[in-house]
Design a protein around this ligand. Structure first.
Ligand code: UDP
Ligand code: MG
Length: 309
């Protein structure tokens, strides 16, 4: 497919850019990337603005630019997947379209890859973010690292370089529920972190509303393990144990001192408490069942509307 434009002694590089309503950003981003001589793969994730038009224009004038356009918005994870599937490079860099991921970092990432690292993960600080977002992110990562089997780093996003074998490993994972951060961490391989200063968005607005972030956090917690179920089992055991101790005390009390009516408050608290506990448990099980349901449908991750070739 794509022919390399990099010099033959250097491994050929592909850059994957997911774009959702980024008409103002793709042009400047392209200008920042073209000097790298890499294959640039833009994935238009069902944008409703002029993004696709911009991409058509870029692909028409530069043979190193390719694009895939989805039939609708399928989400960034799907867009990254589509881009990685098209990438032909020995190394693949994934970066956001909004210029928040500084292209200037790419040569250093390549340098680290040449030292033998399969994953070079750019990690930003949280400069310029609201207190709420910063704190919720901290809590999220603490929870994930505590309750799941994969390790996630705060600030380590999807901006990273992957070696060919790392990309192939990602592409070989069959699940349809793709929580990229978790998948990247799951495949392993020698990994190095490259810190950088967070840039504020150049144009447009972040598509991550609070609701989306909460859903994302839940996905992250649930897609990677069944530890929450284990936790529920322990919670249930604890509740049963407390109930047992209490009932022994109640029975003993009744035998010794006779029947005593007060107890309304205890009963109500116990009923409501257990009801809530069981509702949460059912919801938790439902989440997993829902995931199984989703996986068994085996739907494609995205549908393509148009490509450059
Ligand atoms: N994006 C995408 N599909 C979506 C949402 C976002 O492809 O449904 C792209 C978006 O165009 C950008 C990147 O994913 O290139 C990160 O999105 P955004 O800047 O909104 O997220 P943030 O930087 O706030 O985490
Ligand atoms: Mg952004």
């Amino acid at each position: 497919m794509a022919s390399s434009t990099g010099s033959p002694d250097r491994p050929h590089l592909s850059i994957v850019v997911p774009c959702f309503n980024e008409e103002a950003s793709v042009g400047p981003l392209y200008e920042a990337l073209r000097f790298l001589g890499a294959e640039i793969i833009f994935v238009d994730d069902g944008s409703t603005d002029g993004t696709l038009n911009e991409l058509r224009g870029l692909a028409a004038k530069d043979p190193d630019v390719r694009f895939t356009s989805f039939s609708r918005n399928f989400g960034k994870e799907a867009a990254m997947l589509a881009g990685m599937r098209r990438a032909t490079g020995q190394a693949v860099v994934i970066l956001d379209a909004d210029l928040q991921h500084p292209p200037a970092l790419i040569p250093r990432m390549i340098g680290l890859a040449e030292q033998g690292f399969d994953q070079v993960v750019a990690r930003r600080d949280r400069n310029g973010e609201t207190f709420v977002r910063r704190t919720s992110a901290r809590l999220f990562y603490r929870a994930v690292n505590r309750w799941t089997d994969v390790r996630l780093d705060d600030g380590a996003g999807d901006f990273r370089l992957l070696s060919r074998r790392a990309v192939d490993a990602i592409l070989a994972l069959p699940e349809s529920n793709r929580f990229a951060k978790g998948l990247f961490s799951w495949i392993g391989f020698p990994t190095v972190v490259l810190p950088y200063r967070n840039e504020l968005r150049a144009a447009g607005t972040s598509t991550w509303t609070a609701g989306r972030l909460i859903n994302y956090a839940l996905d992250g917690l649930l897609s990677f393990n069944d530890k929450p179920l284990r936790l529920a089992v322990y919670g249930g055991l604890l509740a049963s144990f407390v109930a047992l101790v209490y009932s022994i005390w109640v029975v003993g009390n009744t035998l010794m001192y006779g029947v005593d009516v007060p107890g309304y408050a205890t009963i109500i608290v116990a009923v409501i408490g257990m009801g809530g506990f069981q509702a949460v448990l059912l919801g938790l099980i439902g989440e997993y069942v829902g995931r199984i349901y989703h996986e068994t449908k085996r739907r494609p991750h995205y549908l393509v509307k148009e490509t450059d070739s």
